[in-house]
Design a protein around this ligand. Structure first.
Ligand code: B12
Length: 199
């Protein structure tokens, strides 16, 4: 299960119902929203279990190849992003549901997606390589290293969206969503909630 930019509006409405609990007292408001919503969805299926991108150990799911093999989005190992045919790189993977039942056979009955923008791969790879080199040298570690360079990562993401042409701007996350996605700064959630409250 993944989201496009359209996750944002229902997410903000959910926060609006209890900003104190759902923003201020939550360590990760978006993860909580996803868990809250999907837990309700699977409640009707006793043999289903939910797995999330931040699950570790036995519960870890290698989500990007899964997304690729499921025919949802092409896993581009130059950008390390899954690229959806309509939403391009403006998507995030949220979960998968595993059903404890007999599976289908190994041959997919649907097409496996191809790289929609092979002509840009060399540029994308060079962009990511430079950011990674700098992030690896960062004295706060690679994770913070990437985090600090989010504007450069954003440039690469925009480059990867180029195959969508004029539709790229429609697929892109809104400014509040984009800033929250990369920085996890709750200020953007408070601003988005205040905007809805003032309407
Ligand atoms: C580990 C991980 C990271 C590590 C990468 C460490 C490294 N390169 O050594 C860190 C913590 C740095 C990271 C950062 C980010 N990640 Co990350 N990450 C994962 C995670 C949990 C596991 C990937 C993995 O180990 N796969 C197993 C190995 C064997 O397979 P692999 O194909 O070699 O996987 C490689 C790539 O996934 C790559 N990678 C993962 N994230 C990133 C980010 C960047 C910038 C780069 C260059 C590479 C990279 O590192 C993996 C190891 O080499 C997945 C979720 C999941 N469960 O799959 C998300 C995931 C891959 N990350 C994702 C994203 C978007 C990011 C961020 C860019 C932003 C974010 N989290 O929203 C940030 C960058 C920092 C920032 N805030 O701007 C998304 C990709 C979405 C998509 N469209 O494909 C995923 C799927 C999470 C999600 N919920 O959607 N991530």
């Amino acid at each position: 299960m993944a989201n496009s930019k359209h996750l944002w509006e229902p997410f903000i409405k959910y926060l609006l119902e209890d900003p104190q609990k759902r923003i201020e007292e939550s360590e990760h408001p978006l993860n909580d929203y996803v868990k809250h919503t999907l837990t309700e969805v699977v409640a009707a299926f006793p043999n289903a279990s939910l797995h999330y991108p931040d699950d570790k150990g036995d519960r870890f799911v290698h989500f990007q190849p899964l997304c690729h093999l499921a025919g949802l989005a092409f896993y581009n190992t130059s950008s390390y992003l899954c690229i959806h045919p309509q939403h391009g790189p403006w998507m995030a993977i949220r979960s998968c549901i595993i059903f404890d039942i007999e599976g289908p056979n190994d041959t997919p009955t649907y097409p496996i997606l191809k790289n929609p923008f092979p002509t840009k791969d060399a540029d994308i790879q060079a962009g990511i390589a430079k950011i990674t080199e700098d992030a690896l040298k960062d004295n706060e570690g690679i994770e913070r290293g990437y985090q600090k360079r989010w504007r450069e990562l954003l440039d690469v993401r925009e480059m990867a969206a180029g195959f969508l042409g004029p539709e790229a701007q429609n697929a892109k996350y809104s400014p509040d969503q984009l800033h929250y996605h990369y920085t996890k700064d709750k200020t953007y959630l408070r601003t988005a909630v205040a905007k809805v409250q003032s309407q």
